[in-house]
Design a protein around this ligand. Structure first.
Ligand SMILES: Nc1ncnc2c1ncn2[C@@H]1O[C@H](COP(=O)(O)OP(=O)(O)OP(=O)(O)O)[C@@H](O)[C@H]1O
Length: 658
């Protein structure tokens, strides 16, 4: 048996040379989490047809939520067309009866006129219903897509960071993005499917009246086409799922060639031809898959058409036998031919549309599955209220492991942050500083141990209240592709945009000068991809991001992770001074930095080593201990050592605590 006769299976496709060279091996969609999807692909055509009411139901619920009026109009217009179809066939029957009855040609024509007029009126009314349905469906479809997209985006924005970090969940997010467009296409397939059902009922009723055997034969004509269409769509779905990462990777290579940030290396290091070669190699591998799909589709469709044609021949043969045997009148046979043609057309269209519904529903179900998983991983909308404004944040023996890692990023970490204090976190790259501040901010929850906001555990707390008391400037802050004003306002988007507030924030961070020099000042669009926009240097972007910290200065806990990594030395010194000033009695500042000169002024310093807290105290305590902190400080200070008088660098004495 040829492979296209078998149900589509997940097979390991060929691995391109580019994948091996750039990504270390095959990029494949991991069907592991998706086992029940695979099971769904084992659906028979019959079970797919049985699921039709469910599919239509979910589609209608979405449409109902999007625009009830448009949905009602479409439904009424479709019912109207179905009735017109039946009336049209009855009119044809009456015309044939009149024409094939006895009498002169003029008499027969005169007798046929009322039925002809009725048929004409029915055709006009049917056309009016069709255009009404088209207009209402056109209104409905974009609304359905918008509603599904909104549900998707709301769910993505509301899940825990830990879920977003998980590669498995990330894939689910990726796959679910096709769901909204598929929901729209389901509506556009649903309308003709309903139309075909009514058309088929109309033709089927008329055929059953003419002869009982005609109806099953009509079904047999349509079954092979339905099977063929279903098999093609299943093959396409499996292929999309298998190749999704491959397609994403080749798109990534294409984007790298056009990306502004990569432009210098692409040219100076001749990376362009290197990437292009790999792009071609990956594209050729994907083309092979497209060719395979096209060949299989052609073979399946040919087989389906042959079987359907054979069934049509049998049906017409039976009609001839019935006429010859005197068991059917010529007029009735003529109507039957019309009925079979229109019924087969409706059935064929139904098979196509059910198949499209089936294919689109696979993506809509991915979206539904994502929404269900997102709901399970959503940041709870409620929780224990905080006692009030934060005074003491207590971290009690927390451990945290990223979902895709085996070793914990944080191990049994305990510390205390009080308002009025500047707390510094130091440690080597990868020691867990950024992870710890994300836990402090409530972006991740500890696997064990607890973080208490005064008396309330962060795990039980109303997270919205926690976020409202936090200002976070992360290492990987966003360069929002909006105007300069919007980039600052986004620090407190819940407040109205107040120019004075924006000016003050910019003056605080030192961004005021650069904003003044922008072509349109505050109104300059900071997004290279748009016409008339300007871009900023790394340090200038950092000043914009720092302004957002000032915008959130009414927060009780300000967290700044490497806030000066791109600043020039003078700006850096000024910024650290200003950050320290933010630690008023009502506010705590947690500072993560590798700049030891800035760390020494902190009220308390915590040293992280491979996820564990190994030292803490004031700068003086830690220097006196002569351990890891002292080594890091001394190493950095020695960079600025004065020339030695008798060999060896002279290390400046560490500053005393203020
Ligand atoms: N999103 C993530 N998913 C998986 N592992 C991560 C993720 N972020 C960080 N890690 C890992 O967790 C550990 C701690 O990383 P973290 O970013 O907290 O270190 P850090 O001390 O802030 O480092 P740096 O000084 O380089 O900023 C590292 O081993 C890192 O590879």
């Amino acid at each position: 048996m040829r492979r296209w006769l078998r149900r589509p299976q997940v097979v390991e496709p060929e691995v391109s040379e580019a994948e091996k060279a750039l990504f270390g091996g095959p990029l494949r969609y991991d069907m592991g989490w998706n086992q029940h999807e695979d099971a769904r692909l084992k659906l028979t055509m019959w079970s797919a047809i049985r699921t039709l009411p469910g599919l239509v139901g979910s589609c209608l619920r979405l449409a109902w939520a999007a625009d009830r009026r448009a949905l009602r109009t479409v439904a009424a217009a479709e019912v109207g067309q179905g009735i017109c179809e039946a009336l049209g066939l009855l009119a044809v029957n009456a015309v044939l009866h009149a024409l094939l009855a006895g009498g002169t040609a003029a008499d027969r024509l005169r007798d046929a006129v009322p039925a002809l007029v009725a048929g004409g009126v029915v055709a006009v009314v049917s056309a009016l219903f069709a255009s009404l349905s088209t207009a209402a469906a056109g209104r409905l479809e974009p609304k359905v897509e918008r509603l599904a997209t909104e549900r998707y985006l709301t769910a993505v924005a509301g899940v825990e960071m830990e879920a977003v970090e998980s590669p498995e969940f990330q894939r689910l997010i990726d796959v679910a993005q096709f769901g909204a467009a598929s929901a729209r296409r389901m509506i556009s397939a649903c309308v003709p499917a309903v139309n075909s059902v009514f058309g088929m009922i109309a033709a089927g009723s008329v055929l059953s009246i003419l002869h009982p055997v005609l109806l099953p034969l009509l079904l047999l004509i349509a079954v092979p086409r339905g099977w063929g269409a279903m098999r093609v769509s299943q093959q396409r779905y499996v292929s999309v799922m298998q190749w999704i990462e491959h397609v994403r990777a080749s798109r990534l290579i294409g984007n790298l060639l056009t990306k502004r940030e990569a432009a210098a290396e692409v040219r100076a290091h001749q990376v362009g031809s290197y990437l292009l070669r790999h792009y071609r190699s990956m594209a050729e591998t994907a083309e092979g898959e497209q060719t395979r799909l096209a060949h299989d589709k052609a073979a399946i469709q040919l087989l389906a058409s042959a079987l359907s044609g054979a069934m049509a021949l049998c049906t017409y043969g039976l009609l001839i036998a019935l006429i010859v045997g005197g068991r059917m009148e010529l007029a009735a046979a003529g109507t039957a031919v019309m009925g079979i043609r229109s019924g087969a057309a409706s059935l064929g269209a139904l098979a196509m549309n059910v198949n499209q519904l089936h294919e689109e529903s696979l993506y809509v179900r991915d979206l539904d599955r994502f929404l269900a998983r997102a709901h399970d991983h959503a940041i709870p909308a409620t929780g224990a209220p905080l006692a009030g404004p934060l005074h003491t944040l207590t971290v009690e023996g927390i451990t945290f492991t990223y979902p895709d890692r085996d070793t914990p990023a944080l191990k049994d970490v305990s510390l205390t942050v009080r308002t009025g204090q500047v707390i510094a976190l130091v440690g080597a790259n990868g020691s867990g500083k950024s992870t710890l501040v994300k836990l402090l901010a409530g972006l991740y929850l500890p696997d064990s141990g607890d973080i208490r906001w005064d008396g309330t555990s962060i795990t039980d707390a109303d997270r919205a209240e926690v976020f409202a008391q936090i200002g976070l400037l992360g290492q990987d802050f966003e360069e929002w592709p909006f105007t300069a004003a919007a980039n600052l306002h986004i620090g407190r988007p819940d407040l109205p945009r107040d120019p004075e507030r924006l000016e003050a924030a910019a003056a605080w961070s030192g961004a005021d000068k650069l904003i003044d020099e922008l072509p349109n000042g505050w109104n300059t669009l900071l997004a290279r991809m748009f016409r008339g926009a300007s871009d900023l240097s790394g340090g200038q972007w950092q000043k914009i991001a720092l302004s957002r910290t000032w915008m959130r200065r009414d927060a009780r806990l300000l967290i700044v992770d490497e806030p000066t990594s791109a600043l020039d030395p003078e700006a850096e010194i000024a910024t650290f001074d200003k950050i320290r000033e933010l630690a008023t009695p009502h506010r705590a500042v947690v500072l993560v930095t590798h700049r030891m000169a800035a760390v020494q002024h902190a009220d308390h310093i915590y040293v992280l080593t491979e996820g564990a807290l190994t030292e803490h105290g004031t700068h003086a305590d830690l220097m006196a201990a002569g351990a890891r902190y002292a080594a890091m400080y001394t190493a950095q200070a020695s960079q600025f050592a004065l020339p030695a008088v008798n060999g060896g660098p002279v290390i400046p004495a560490p500053a005393r605590e203020p």
